[in-house]
Design a binder for this molecule. Structure first.
Ligand code: USQ
Length: 390
């Protein structure tokens, strides 16, 4: 049997490919990527703090370290329907773990070109997978990481995808409203809607993993050899909160809290993320089911994250400062946030290995080793117009 992983060269994709290959040793794991993430980060003038290797080198090292030869790689552009269909026809996977996407909110907001590119790329890729699965075999389980960001920050509790609502005396179970905060986040709303419809009309089993902010330097597998490392971005566009704060802490750059820092999000470690992907493959959705799982382990505010990084930094001798940056995004700076995340534990069975606090010492230690590479791109922590306002 075969499992397809899209975005296999990415931050989550590469470690996910390895976790799946080891979890399902008798199956072929097919990785697909077009190296786009490397180009986007290059475009904004940054690089991965932890050096990463080519796919050929990664695969050769994986084989050497783990003695497994069950991974193949194809450089496919998923916006090409015929290429996607050919791939799915060739391998007839039992599951597709669809991670390929332009994942950055700030990048999607740079210009009309970046907004159009992000939505075109992300939405078309998912639509192509849906249509090819329908043509080849609608029993293929599609697993996509959308985002907790589809919900926005409503002033009520957030359920897992659907909620019971009573309006003018009538009741129904409806999709929870979407209030995304960037062109990227809206691309994932469109994906979620398209997947929901695909489950209904083609009876495709779908798992929509509404992923929070992923953090960390390593998984069990990436730690085994420097050539197995995954990327680690820290720049304004591609670095996410925890990872950026840790990169800032090790270089003595003040932590960049946007506005009041009351912005609260769900967080999950990279290792727990790839484990959840393996669990979703192990426990597929039913025929025609659109299964929504909110995928995060804990919620933390930006201010709270800064405090945790400061505390962990001081234990390893780092003096960590905090600065307030004029908010570069249109978002609530202080808000209620209470999303549910029961299915991750009760249905998929994740037993989290990490919390933010537990992960911090080892991430800081890992980044101290590549401090020079972060220093060299320090000017990418903030775009010029925000640096000038300091
Ligand atoms: N923030 C700061 N300072 C920084 C960086 C970010 O205050 O230096 C704030 C942002 O304004 C935001 C929060 O921290 O309020 C989180 O920002 P982020 O860049 O860590 O995460 P976000 O843009 O929401 O996107 C990331 C991933 C995206 C994923 C999403 C999950 O890039 O692919 O879908 O996390 S979620 O946040 O739940 O929507």
């Amino acid at each position: 049997m075969t499992i397809l992983v899209t975005g296999a060269d990415g931050y989550m994709g590469w470690p996910a490919l390895m976790r799946l290959a080891l979890r399902f040793p008798d199956e072929t794991i097919v990785g697909v990527d077009n190296y786009a993430r490397r180009l986007w980060v290059e475009e904004v003038g940054s690089w991965s703090a932890i050096p990463i290797y080519s796919m050929d080198e990664r695969l050769a090292t994986f084989k050497e370290v783990f003695g497994k030869d069950n991974v193949v790689y194809h450089p496919v552009d998923l916006t090409d329907y015929y290429a996607v269909k050919e791939l799915i026809e060739k391998y007839k996977p039992r599951a597709i773990v669809h991670l390929a996407a332009q994942p950055s909110a700030p990048y999607s907001m740079i210009s009309p070109k970046h907004a159009l590119y992000t939505q075109g790329n992300n939405v078309l890729a998912t639509l192509n997978i849906i249509q090819a699965v329908k043509e080849v075999d609608p029993k293929i389980h599609i697993i996509e990481t959308t985002t907790m960001g589809v919900y926005g920050t409503p002033n009520i509790d957030i359920p897992e995808g659907f909620f019971e609502i009573e309006f003018r005396g009538r009741k129904d179970k409806l999709p929870f409203p979407h209030q995304a905060g960037s062109w990227y986040h809206w691309s994932k709303v469109h994906d979620a809607n398209n997947l929901m419809f695909a489950a209904k009309v083609y009876k495709i089993p779908v798992t929509d993993l509404r992923l929070g902010v992923v953090y960390g330097t390593h998984t069990e597998e990436t730690r085994k050899d420097p050539k197995l490392a995954t990327r680690f971005d820290f720049d304004f566009w591609f670095g996410t909160l925890f990872n950026r704060f840790c990169a800032q802490a090790v270089t003595g750059y003040p932590l960049t809290v946007y506005g009041k820092g009351g912005q609260t999000r769900g967080y999950i470690s990279l290792d727990d993320t790839v484990e959840t992907l393996a669990l979703a493959v192990e426990k597929p959705a039913a025929e025609g089911e659109f299964r929504v799982v909110n995928m995060f382990v804990e919620t933390v505010s930006v201010r709270g994250m800064a405090e945790k990084v400061q505390a962990a930094g001081s234990k390893v001798g780092l003096s960590v400062e905090v600065m307030t940056v004029p908010p570069p995004r249109v978002e609530a700076l202080e808000h209620y946030y209470n999303p549910e995340n029961k299915k991750l534990f009760d249905e998929l069975g994740l037993k989290p290995k990490y919390t933010v606090e537990k992960a911090l010492p080892e991430v800081l230690e890992d980044l101290l080793k590549v401090k020079d590479r972060i220093e060299a791109k320090k000017d990418k922590f903030l775009p010029k117009h925000l640096r000038e306002k300091q």
